[in-house]
Design a protein around this ligand. Structure first.
Ligand code: BT5
Length: 264
């Protein structure tokens, strides 16, 4: 039997910086629930679910996890900076989650653009990040596989902290550390939204950089351009992935699915 999340431990750890942290036994999707109530909520509210019946990925994809096996939560942020700068917000969260996991578990993490958290030599996905916006609010959802066993993983490309040999798999400790890091990066970002710190941290962790990739643009309306194949040479300051194709042309991609083909 997996233990329930010790939410009081999380509140003790970072409650004064995250004024509302709720945990529910079940949610359809914590992103959907927070979005539905976004107008009545303030900055830095968190909703955690022990289980999701219809966890969302990007587009029409799903996020699946057995009850209590992982962390499934969403944060409502009112960034208070111009919306044109919000492109880095989900990248900021990717950096924050990676740093928190490395601090707590000593398992190394890399980020696949834009927001997959990868672990292990073969780069399997342990966490995904999903951002929605509504008016002045951004809702950022994170799914992280914690004690998930190999036979519980929904896809062959996935992994979990337990599988990667994490020395700590206490979800309260992990969530406290993640909220702590997100809070610190948000403070930096709000103080200097166009500043280079967050993007420098992101580039250092981005396994996509320097890799041959195939990028399929999303969403894909009829007539969308064909996939771009080339080397990922940069992530620019607004969070776009820059691909250099064989003819030397550079393509800036703001939304797409990336497949890593091979290192350069
Ligand atoms: C993501 O989408 O990776 C974003 C996932 C965000 C989930 C959180 S949970 C809390 C909050 N509430 C929600 O409803 N969602 C957020 P994407 O890049 O589209 O990846 C989705 C793909 O990841 C799926 O199509 C599967 O291939 C794979 N996948 C699904 N469940 C997974 C898991 N537990 N571990 C690893 N991969 C998974």
């Amino acid at each position: 039997m997996r233990p329930p999340l010790d939410i009081e431990a999380v509140r003790r750890h970072c409650g004064e910086r995250w004024p509302r942290i709720d945990v529910v036994e079940q949610s359809v999707s914590t992103n959907a629930d927070l979005l539905a109530t976004a107008t009545t909520r303030g900055d830095r509210e968190v909703l955690v679910a022990e289980h999701q019946t219809s966890g969302r990925g990007r587009l029409d994809r799903v996020w699946t996890s057995p009850p209590r096996a992982g962390l499934l939560f969403s944060m409502l942020i009112r960034p208070g900076v111009p919306m044109a700068q919000w492109g880095v917000l989900s990248l900021l969260c990717g950096v924050a989650v990676s740093e928190a996991i490395e601090d707590v578990t000593a398992v190394g993490c890399a980020l696949k653009w834009p927001n997959d958290l990868l672990m292990g030599v073969d780069g399997r996905k342990a966490a995904g990040i999903l951002i929605h916006t509504s008016g002045e609010s951004a809702v950022i959802g994170i799914g992280l596989n914690v004690s998930t066993t190999p036979d519980e993983l929904p896809v062959g490309t996935a992994t979990s902290l337990a599988i990667e040999g994490a020395r700590v798999v206490d979800r309260a400790v992990l969530l406290g550390a993640v909220l702590d890091r997100v809070d610190r990066w948000l403070l930096d970002w709000r103080a200097d939204p166009a500043g280079p710190a967050i993007m420098a941290a992101y580039r250092r962790r981005c396994a996509t950089l320097g890799t041959h990739v195939r990028v399929t643009m999303t969403p894909r309306p009829d007539g969308a351009p064909p996939p771009v194949i080339g080397v990922a040479v940069d992530v620019d300051d607004s969070g776009r992935l820059i691909i250099e194709t064989g003819d030397g042309a550079r393509h800036a991609i703001s939304a797409g699915d990336v497949e890593h083909l091979r290192p350069r």
